[in-house]
Ligand binder design. Sequence first.
Ligand SMILES: [Zn+2]
Length: 63
Amino acid sequence: MVIPMDGAWQCSVCGFHYKDNLDSHTSGKEWAEKCESWCKEHHSCNLEITEHAEESVRGLSSA
Ligand SMILES: [Zn+2]
């Protein structure tokens, strides 16, 4: 289950947060659910999904 945060949704596996983005047709909740199902199945992150995460948008994961 994705975890509802304040204005965002968190993947319970990798902990990334997804906010609703007005530029995207896919809601933050949908991204979080995609992320979570990928994370559970592959035990890794999919860059095409995580690039939509708040952590990626802000550049926090580039370290
Ligand atoms: Zn995830």
